[in-house]
Design a protein around this ligand. Structure first.
Ligand SMILES: [Zn+2]
Ligand SMILES: [Zn+2]
Length: 138
């Protein structure tokens, strides 16, 4: 995808947010980390550069980005909200060793791996979460 500084500013403005260094850093971290960080992880990363970045700033920025459809939330089994700058259709791979969450291309499973009709339900879309060991942990 590749989001530069100008794109980050435009993305924030497009979500109705004034561009500040801290908000910029939130999006920049999402773009760079690609590990689907939680709000706490984002705050910890940003605090290395902005020691006074507040929890409220990070949460408010994330909420505005999600509300505007620029970021999506993702929940794995621990129930913690994680944030994903990739809002296109894709699947996820969870490494059970190091805990990182990676994107998998949607067309890796282009077709529904089960029947389109399940017990009277009609399935319109699906996304998968696969578990295993990432390339670094294998
Ligand atoms: Zn791993
Ligand atoms: Zn993702």
């Amino acid at each position: 995808m590749g989001v530069g500084p100008h794109d980050i500013a435009r993305l924030l403005e497009g979500c109705g947010l004034r561009v500040t260094p801290q908000r910029h850093a939130v999006v920049e971290h999402l773009e760079r980390a690609r590990t689907h960080p939680s709000a706490e992880e984002i705050l910890a990363a940003i605090n290395r550069r902005f020691p006074r970045a507040s929890k409220a700033t990070v949460y408010n920025t994330l909420n505005a980005l999600v509300a505007a459809g620029a970021v999506r939330t993702l929940y794995v089994e621990d129930g913690v909200a994680r944030y994903d700058l990739n809002v296109g259709r894709h699947h996820h791979f969870v490494c059970d060793e190091c805990g990182r969450i990676e994107d998998l291309p949607f067309d890796a499973f282009g077709r529904l791996p089960v029947a389109r009709s399940l017990g009277g339900r009609r399935v319109d879309r699906f996304d998968l979460t696969l578990h295993g060991r990432c390339a670094d942990c294998r």
